[in-house]
Every structure is written in structure tokens, then in C-alpha cells.
Design a protein around this ligand. Structure first.
Ligand SMILES: Cc1cc2nc3c(=O)[nH]c(=O)nc-3n(C[C@H](O)[C@H](O)[C@H](O)COP(=O)(O)O)c2cc1C
Length: 349
């Protein structure tokens, strides 16, 4: 299958593994790239030396193109992004920040840069900053989809910019891939679909829950990690979204959790705290939200904790009916998509 995205990255099928913390790890990235798509390593929970090690591990598992992400507003993300440049990662995916310096440096070694955006203003700005492509994340998506759904976001961005678009949010099968291509995208990025594959490190408890959930079983709101975020609807998620940072226990938990994050990223806590406060009250509050959310996502993903854990999940979880291998998922999406033109020819005159 050839699209502007397969041409840009030198891959065989226009399917991208979204960068998901604790799931898009080296083995998963390599599995997707080896199956012909583009795996994107999630660097959010990693410090600079862990990022370097992870990139090298991906290279030991595949000789195919791959990518890595950097969520620029997260603590430690700039340091990780510099490692990605030093390691000459083929595709760098940035979000929530300015990536002009990344684009300039990546282009010098022949790398490509993809910006994740949720609206037209950010799409135009990312194109001006030198992005080679965009990941456009619709409202249906797990975690941080924008206000607009994929059905309207994709054509709006296709009209707004001239670089290729990768559609994210709600894509899980061949119908979705063909719909994205029909709307003008060059491919899809999938999170929810890949988190529920055999190779995924997602805890079995949540893989099983994914099979039970319907398209209505997600929750979206601003009081979980401080941004509009979508997660699997469970009693724990409903509680976490309702409480947010309200009340001293949650505020104190944010303090303790931020200290843990600073420790795991190898950053002095005082520097993290002063940096967050200096960036203004709104940013400091967002960091506090993020610290608590990070802990809950990690315990859902790694420990399968349903009492306190919360898992980002997209609406397409309701379209999941099995736990395939990565290669089976990619083959199925591509073969379903390739049957659609003939079906349309029979049903549309
Ligand atoms: C379990 C899980 C964890 C995620 N973690 C992150 C993350 O750490 N950083 C990020 O930018 N997006 C994260 N996402 C969102 C994905 O990158 C992607 O935008 C989304 O999954 C696409 O929508 P879909 O789930 O409908 O395929 C996560 C998604 C899931 C399902």
C-alpha cells in the first residue's frame, strides 16, 4: 500500500503505533516496524540515559524505520529529545511545545519530524516550524484528543496545511483506514488497537476489560491530568475525574508523586518545583495533575490495578473483539481496507 506517509517514512503500510507510555516500549516498536508499519517509542516515563538505551534496543530488534516521541511540556522531555537527535532517530514525534529546533536538527541528518496537533491553528504553526507531517488527534482518541472528532478534524487539517496528515483517534480496522484515506489523510496512528495486542505490555486485566467495554465505556474531561483526557470508564476513573486535585489528600499526593517523578527522571525535585512554579500558576497546577495521573496510569498499565489505576482508552475500544498479534492486526487492517473499493463499486452507482 503506497500513500504519502509510506513514501515519507519508507514503510510498507500506512499504520503508525502511537507513542504510549509504558506500552510503546522497544519490543512493541520493533514489532510494528517489522510488520511494515512505523513504531513510535514513548519516552515520557524515561530519563535521558534510559531513552538512549531504549533507542539502541529498538535498533537491535529491527533494521526498519521507527520513531520516538517527546511531549515537550513534560519534565525531562527536552533532554530526551536531544538524545533522539544525537542517536539520529529516523522519525521524531513532538507535541505540546515548539519543535522548530528539533526539525532543523533532524533534517540535518535526514530525519523526519512529525507534530501531534488537535486543531488548525496548531497544525499551521507546526508546518511553519518545519514539521514534515502531522498526527491529527480527534476527540474519540485515548488520552488527549481535541474538541473536534476525526471525521471533521482530518478534512479541516488537510485543507489547512500542505504536509501529509496521519489520522489518530478511533481507528482500529480496515474501514477506519479507508475512511481516513478518503478524508485526505495519508495513514492512521492507532493506540487503543495496539495496546490490546499479544505483544503489548498492558496488564492482562486491562486487556480482558478492553474486550468487555462498549463504545460508550470511556470518560473524557479536564480534571484527570489537567488536559482534556479520555480514559476507560471504571469506578476508579469516575472517582479520579470527579476529584481531580480537589481536597488536601489529592494535593499532597501530587507533591509526593512529583517527587517520585523527579527521582525517576534523575532531576532534582527542587529544580522541578521551582521550574513549575516559575512557569505560572496554571502550568504548576497542570504539573500537579499530571503527577497524580502518571501514577494512576502506570499502576493500571503495569500492575493491572483496577482499584486506583486509570487507563487512557479510546472510544474504539468498543470495536475490539480479539487480542491479535501485532502482525495479525496490521495484516487484517490492510486486507479489510483493500476489499473496500470493490465493495463500494458494487453498492455505489
Ligand atoms: C494506554 C494508552 C497510553 C497512552 N499514553 C500516551 C502518552 O504517554 N503520550 C501521548 O502523547 N499519548 C498517549 N496516548 C494516546 C495515543 O498516543 C494516541 O493519541 C491515541 O491512542 C489515538 O487514539 P486511539 O486510541 O483511538 O487509537 C495513550 C493511549 C493509550 C491507549
Amino acid at each position: 500500500m503506497k500513500t504519502p506517509i509510506t513514501e515519507l517514512f519508507g514503510i510498507e503500510v500506512p499504520i503508525v503505533l502511537s507513542g504510549m507510555s509504558w506500552i510503546s516500549v522497544p519490543s512493541m516498536v520493533a514489532a510494528v516496524s517489522n510488520a511494515g508499519g512505523l513504531g513510535i517509542l514513548a519516552t515520557g516515563p524515561l530519563n535521558a540515559s534510559e531513552t538512549r538505551k531504549a533507542v539502541r534496543e529498538v535498533r537491535s530488534l529491527t533494521d526498519k524505520p521507527f520513531g520516538a516521541n517527546a511531549t515537550l511540556m513534560f519534565p525531562g522531555a527536552h533532554e530526551n529529545a536531544k538524545v533522539l537527535l544525537e542517536e539520529q532517530v529516523p522519525v521524531i514525534n513532538f507535541s505540546l511545545g515548539k519543535g522548530d529546533w528539533l526539525a532543523k536538527a533532524a533534517h540535518e541528518y535526514g530525519g523526519k519530524v512529525v507534530a501531534t496537533v488537535v486543531n488548525e491553528r496548531h497544525a499551521r504553526s507546526a508546518e511553519e516550524q518545519g514539521a514534515d507531517a502531522l498526527i491529527a488527534t480527534g476527540h474519540e482518541a485515548a488520552a488527549h484528543g481535541g474538541d473536534a472528532t476525526s471525521l471533521v478534524l482530518i478534512p479541516a487539517l488537510v485543507d489547512a496545511v500542505s504536509i501529509p496528515i496521519i489520522a489518530a483517534g478511533g481507528f482500529i480496522d480496515g474501514r477506519g483506514l479507508m475512511a481516513a484515506l478518503s478524508l485526505g489523510a495519508g495513514g492512521v496512528a492507532m493506540g487503543t488497537a495496539f495496546m490490546s495486542t499479544k505483544e503489548s505490555q498492558l496488564h492482562d486485566t486491562y486487556k480482558k476489560l478492553s474486550l468487555e467495554k462498549t463504545i460508550e465505556d470511556t470518560i473524557y474531561g479536564p480534571y484527570f491530568d489537567g488536559l482534556g483526557c479520555r480514559s476507560m470508564k471504571t469506578p476508579a476513573a469516575l472517582r479520579a475525574y470527579r476529584k481531580g486535585l480537589f481536597g488536601w489528600p489529592n494535593f499532597l499526593a501530587a507533591f509526593v508523586n512529583s517527587r517520585d517523578i523527579a527521582r525517576s527522571l534523575g532531576l532534582p525535585f527542587s529544580k522541578l518545583l521551582v521550574g513549575a512554579l516559575a512557569s505560572g500558576w496554571n502550568n504548576a497546577k497542570m504539573m500537579a495533575y499530571l503527577a497524580n495521573a502518571f501514577k494512576m496510569i502506570r499502576s493500571a498499565t503495569e500492575e493491572g490495578d483496577t482499584r486506583k489505576g486509570v487507563l487512557p482508552t479510546g472510544q474504539c475500544v468498543g470495536l475490539l473483539h480479539e487480542i491479535p498479534t501485532v502482525a495479525q492486526l496490521i495484516d487484517r487492517v490492510v486486507s479489510e481496507a483493500s476489499e473496500i473499493p470493490a465493495r463500494l463499486a458494487r453498492t455505489v452507482e
